[in-house]
Design a protein around this ligand. Structure first.
Ligand SMILES: [Fe+2]
Ligand SMILES: [Fe+2]
Length: 274
């Protein structure tokens, strides 16, 4: 194949992958779709944000692991460009976890308590699975997870969340974390697509990228089920005073993010494209 034919095949593969991702249950989960129909309150978003915070706080960690494993400077540049934004380049020097904590305070968390929320097992699974993908799987599987798996899917997911936030009465300045990603992640997705276009030149490399994206989105679907479980348990408690759901009674054994971080250890092999 000529270089331009190879490029066309890579771009066609990526276009097909974008379509597949937009139809994935992790991106169109009922928790998201029903933001436009169900009554949503600040209390619901307090619960959602407590579970979502570890995903926000850990995201740059996955990219930093991939940066170490990237096979050449060009791939490192695309990853670094995204990282610089995540560290706060386009948000007045505030990294995205800091902006998220502003939202958490608006949702009812006491500042400083963000890492002391009992985490649903699906939240823990999400973090562990992504750490595994970015350290044990080939580099392109990791790139599929953070690029198509995250940056391509976030604008769609967040659009749903923003609908629910506005219906729950949040002001624009309180939900900046969510709104700023509508623009930034369009760029991040495009930058990572440039990195991917150079690699998706064989059926094997395409399969690795697709596998990474789907592993990430499968974990995302499970994460949303975990959020739904926590919200439903709280609603049941409010409707039937004194009734304790299994989800609520399990909380005493669930780790907080503060505790989970103590257990997370990484070992990586710097073997290049792999
Ligand atoms: Fe971000
Ligand atoms: Fe991003």
């Amino acid at each position: 194949m000529t270089t331009s034919t190879t490029q066309q095949s890579a771009r066609a593969f990526l276009a097909g992958l974008r379509k597949e991702i937009s139809n994935h249950a992790g991106v169109g989960h009922s928790v998201l779709g029903r933001m436009a129909t169900d009554a949503r309150t600040r209390e619901h978003f307090k619960i959602l944000s407590g579970q979502h915070y570890p995903l926000v706080a850990n995201f740059t960690g996955y990219m930093e692991l991939l940066l170490l494993r990237a096979p050449n400077s060009e791939a490192k540049c695309w990853l670094a460009k995204v990282l610089v934004d995540e560290y706060g380049e386009r948000s007045e020097g505030q990294d995205h976890a800091t902006i998220y904590r502003t939202f958490m305070a608006a949702a009812g968390h006491n500042p400083g308590d963000e890492e002391r929320v009992p985490l649903h097992p699906e939240v823990v699974h999400f973090i562990r699975e992504h750490q595994r993908i970015c350290t044990e799987e080939p580099f392109l599987v990791g790139l599929g997870a953070v690029g198509p798996g995250h940056e391509w899917s976030i604008p769609t997911m967040f659009e749903h969340v923003i609908t629910g936030l506005r219906r729950a009465g949040f002001a624009d300045r309180e939900i900046e974390y969510w709104t700023c990603h509508m623009d930034q992640d369009q760029d991040h997705g495009a930058w990572l697509e440039e990195a991917l276009a150079g690699y998706c030149d064989t059926p094997e490399s395409q399969e690795q990228v697709r596998r990474g994206a789907l592993l990430s989105l499968d974990a995302r679907e499970r994460f949303w089920w975990g959020v739904a479980d926590k919200i439903n348990s709280s609603m049941t408690k409010n409707l039937i005073p004194g009734f304790v759901t299994a989800t609520a009674s399990a909380e005493r054994d669930q780790p907080t993010y503060e505790q989970l971080k103590q257990q997370l250890k990484v070992t990586i092999s710097l073997g290049g494209r792999g």
